[in-house]
Ligand binder design. Sequence first.
Ligand code: FE2
Length: 426
Amino acid sequence: MTTLDLILRNAVLPDGRTGLDIGVKDGRIAALERSLPASARREIDVGGCLVSPPFVDAHFHMDSTLSLGQPRLNQSGTLLEGIALWGELKPHLTQAALVERALRYCDWAVGRGLLAIRSHVDICDPRLLAVEALLQVKRTVAPYLDLQLVAFPQDGYLRSPDAVALLDRALEMGVDVVGGIPHFERTMADGADSVRRLCALATERGALVDMHCDESDDPLSRHVETLAAETVRHGLHGRVTGSHLTSMHSMDNYYASKLLDLMAEAQLNVVANPLINITLQGRHDTYPKRRGMTRVKEQMARGLTVAFGQDCVMDPWYPLGSGDMLDVAAMGLHVAQMTGVAEIGACFQAVTANAARILQLERYGLDIGCHADLVVLQASDPAEAIRLRATRLYVLRRGRIVAQAPKAEATLDLPGRATTTVDWRL
Ligand code: FE2
């Protein structure tokens, strides 16, 4: 009989399979079956709780996270005041402060079962301080969290002086992914030019691409079209991600249907950021106000890989958040009106498996041979996990418990009734 390192008994999986035992050996999933006839140094009966691969955030800004109030609060709450505020803070950043905030956020993330993050890092700073800091953080957290970095020209690749050279330098220093922000360039033509140049650069370097693209309410913003066309032209199918794509919300339906075909041809990945999109878009509207999130339901139906990202936590753009991807999934589900049975499952995938596919994480999932990176949730299924923002009872990285939390429950002592315990599960 094989001796395993750990067995999680009586698990429910996100695909609906129940009563499964998960055996872990040498940091990998070594067995997955009912009534696993093996012993282990440690066994945990998870009692019918959901066991999922870890949460993955496909879109984040770790250089600005937890900087809320520095140097002042965003009074209007708008995207443009947020960008201006970040510009005010940038010259005063120190590497030590950047590293400290990022590490603190990574601790929050691990506690929430969030073990892989793609973070954009602003390269429009001649010192490239944030790049250096996040590369250091990436090395520090590697034993417990995968941090993937995107070279992001926040002030415009062509609009910001030296951004072309700075982006090259960031890639040389070890940043993984080519970023962009075409809608922030001076003109639509400059935006399209930036997309062409950045896709060519990524092709040359064999890098993935992830651009902030069409993050506006302008129904005529067309950079996602250029991004998809350049993806096809360079043969970058499946390697390119359009983040935000909020203009698609406002586009003419006929044009959007043609665009979806092109996106499918390019196998373009999509990241919507529901918490940020619902708060920052539609700000020029009176009533009715647009929701401003991209067409998630239609993109999923077209076979595109769609993830939900957190984007911001306690920074110039967003004063809330805590690294909880279930909160992100809940908001995405509501904004996209995805309350159908399969749709709720798809929203859970948007913060787990879909995001992992976009990051091209290796050995992610629940198959034998995958990394034993697992989250035990106090919930019976993905819908309940989202509804309750379920407690992460155990978080495992490479088979080792890296975080645990007590069950969320309350003891009721009501007049005329026996003392009872409530845990909010159905
Ligand atoms: Fe972003």
